[in-house]
Design a protein around this ligand. Structure first.
Ligand SMILES: Nc1nc2c([nH]c(=O)n2[C@H]2C[C@H](O)[C@@H](COP(=O)(O)OP(=O)(O)OP(=O)(O)O)O2)c(=O)[nH]1
Length: 141
C-alpha cells in the first residue's frame, strides 16, 4: 500500500454539463503556501471516503454543498502527485442549492475564471497544480 497522504480537491465549475468558469481559491496559510492559488479541498480523514472528505472540506472552507461530477483522473491511483509525501484526487463539482461560496477558512480570496481562455494559468498556483490545470483545460475544451 502507498504511504502517500491522500488529499482531495474540487474543480468547481459553473455547470457540470457545460463548464465555462472555474472557481479558484487563494490560500491564506501556512506561510509557505499563502498567496498561492489552488483547488479548494484538503486531507481525507481516517475512515472517510475521498468523496465524503471532499464534500466536508468544501462545506468547511467555502460554506456550500457541492454535487460531484466525474473525476479528473491523474496518473496514480491516488491521483496527482503533489510532493514526495502526498497525492491529490480531483473531482469536477458544481455548487448545490444556489449556495454562494465564501472564503471562510484557509483562503482569503475566491475568483471565478473563464475556462474558454487560458487565464487560469496566469495565476500563481501551487506548482504541483499546473499539470492538473492543463489536463482540466484539455478536458473542457
Ligand atoms: N487543497 C489543496 N491542497 C493542495 C493543492 N495543491 C497542493 O500541492 N496541495 C497541498 C497543500 C497541502 O500541503 C496539502 C493539503 O493540505 P490542506 O492544508 O489543504 O489540508 P487540510 O485543510 O485538511 O489541512 P489541516 O488544516 O487539517 O492540516 O496539499 C490544491 O490544489 N488544493
Amino acid at each position: 500500500m502507498s504511504n502517500l497522504k491522500q488529499i482531495v480537491g474540487a474543480a468547481i465549475v459553473d455547470s457540470l454539463a457545460a463548464p465555462s468558469r472555474l472557481l479558484v481559491a487563494r490560500r491564506s496559510a501556512p506561510p509557505s503556501l499563502a498567496g498561492m492559488w489552488e483547488f479548494p479541498g484538503g486531507k481525507v480523514e481516517p475512515g472517510e471516503t475521498c468523496e465524503a472528505g471532499l464534500e466536508r472540506e468544501i462545506r468547511e472552507e467555502l460554506g456550500v454543498a457541492v454535487t460531484l461530477g466525474s473525476e479528473l483522473e491523474g496518473p496514480l491511483e491516488q491521483g496527482w502527485q503533489l510532493n514526495p509525501g502526498a497525492a491529490m484526487r480531483v473531482w469536477f463539482a458544481e455548487i448545490a442549492d444556489e449556495g454562494v461560496p465564501e472564503p471562510l477558512e484557509d483562503h482569503d480570496e475566491l475568483r471565478w475564471l473563464s475556462l474558454e481562455t487560458e487565464e487560469v494559468l496566469e495565476l500563481d498556483w501551487i506548482p504541483a497544480d499546473y499539470p492538473i490545470l492543463r489536463e482540466l483545460l484539455r478536458r473542457v475544451s
